[in-house]
Design a protein around this ligand. Structure first.
Ligand SMILES: *Cc1c(COP(=O)(O)O)cnc(C)c1O
Length: 354
């Protein structure tokens, strides 16, 4: 470690992003992006006139974006905060709702960024293992006294917890904040958004990175009681008041207003997912039941790491986690049908070789 590092920086646990090759040499199925371009309404909204305003700061309140999101989800703007990706809002939530005397709990197999954030804020983190079959049982969290983060559907398994289970968790302790990270909810799972007016301890995180084709725009949003949103704003205004840039405010608002395009894209992904699962199962793969825009699959004929490497050598990028309980699996983003056919063909060919 560098002698320049602070003690605090030595204790960090930086997140490892999926590979992001900047040329188009791969069928890229490794970071759960949308294979579709942003809505045509986004392209139209990002006009030359808007570009010419880049000399001016963005609106720190993100009013246009927040009210578009509030309309779409039938909430008030005071129930919405937007961020530079939901990763930023997760950080605000860790700072706002965890700290001395308020620990955090999350699953052993879940979004890797929770661990990085917990280390960043020096938090006391309790890791609660998923059950043997990778289900998350909320009973395992009932007595936990701190703040709870649940990715629903979970990553990298794709498996979802029913809304009624989250409801039980919210009711078990009204003084405990539960953050439900719904990055993948638009691909078929039950959202907790309808419970926001009923439970002021519920914070729902969503993102435009997956279902709204804006990963590069970095637009995330959190929905919750006015009290929780005010707490997140307190952190935001202590850290980065202009957190969403001008172009992303415009792009995000246009994206959330194009409901037909959103429905078409998320519908296509669900169809392509069903097709891919059928094809991989026919090749003998075990595929966990996914409600996300990716699947988690393994074959007993080829180890996960080897499958990942061989696919990559043949131009197909998937994600492999060299971690306990999941190293047999690869996580495959659901892309276009052409991309999925390329994956299935290559997997079939590799299995013939072994
Ligand atoms: C992708 C993802 C996010 C973060 O998305 P942003 O691009 O930062 O909005 C958050 N949580 C989970 C579980 C994710 O997979």
């Amino acid at each position: 470690m560098s002698r320049f590092l602070s003690k605090e920086a030595e204790r960090l646990a930086p997140y490892t992003p999926g590979e992001q090759p900047q040329d188009a040499q791969y069928v890229k199925l490794n970071t759960n992006e949308s294979p579709f371009p942003p809505s045509p309404r986004v392209l139209k909204a990002l006009s030359r006139a808007e570009l010419l305003k880049l000399n001016l700061y963005s609106d720190p309140t993100c009013a246009a974006l927040n009210s578009a999101i509030a309309r779409r989800y039938e909430l008030q703007p005071e129930n919405v905060i937007t961020g530079n990706g939901s990763d930023e809002l997760l950080a605000f939530a860790f700072r706002a709702f965890c700290g001395q005397g308020k620990g955090v709990a999350y699953a052993d197999i879940t979004y890797g960024f929770y661990k990085s954030q917990a280390a960043f804020f020096g938090l006391d983190a309790t890791v609660i293992p998923l059950r043997e079959d990778f289900t998350l049982n909320v009973d395992d969290y009932m007595d936990f006294p701190g703040t709870i983060f649940i990715a629903n559907p979970n990553a990298p398994t794709g498996m979802a917890v029913p809304r009624a289970d989250i409801q039980r968790l919210l009711e078990a302790d009204p003084d405990r904040v539960v953050i439900v990270d719904e990055a993948y909810v638009d691909f078929g799972a039950e959202s907790c958004v309808p419970m926001i007016y009923r439970y002021d301890n519920l914070l729902v995180m969503q993102t435009m990175s997956k279902s709204r084709s804006l990963a590069g725009g970095r637009v995330g949003f959190a929905l919750g009681s006015a009290e929780l949103i005010a707490a997140l704003n307190r952190v935001k205004y202590s850290f980065n008041p202009y957190n969403v840039n001008r172009l992303s405010i415009i792009a995000g608002a246009a994206a959330v207003e194009d409901e037909p395009y959103f429905q078409a894209c998320t519908g296509a992904i669900q169809n392509n997912r069903a097709w891919t699962v059928r094809e991989l199962e026919a090749l003998g793969f075990t595929v966990l039941p996914s409600q996300a825009n990716f699947i988690f699959a393994k074959s007993d004929r080829i180890p996960g790491g080897e499958l990942y490497r061989k696919l990559k050598e043949n131009g197909i990028l998937v994600r492999w986690f060299d971690a306990d309980r999941v190293r047999d699996y690869v996580r495959v983003t659901i892309g276009s049908l052409e991309q999925m056919a390329a994956l299935v063909d290559e997997a079939a060919r590799l299995l013939e070789e072994v």
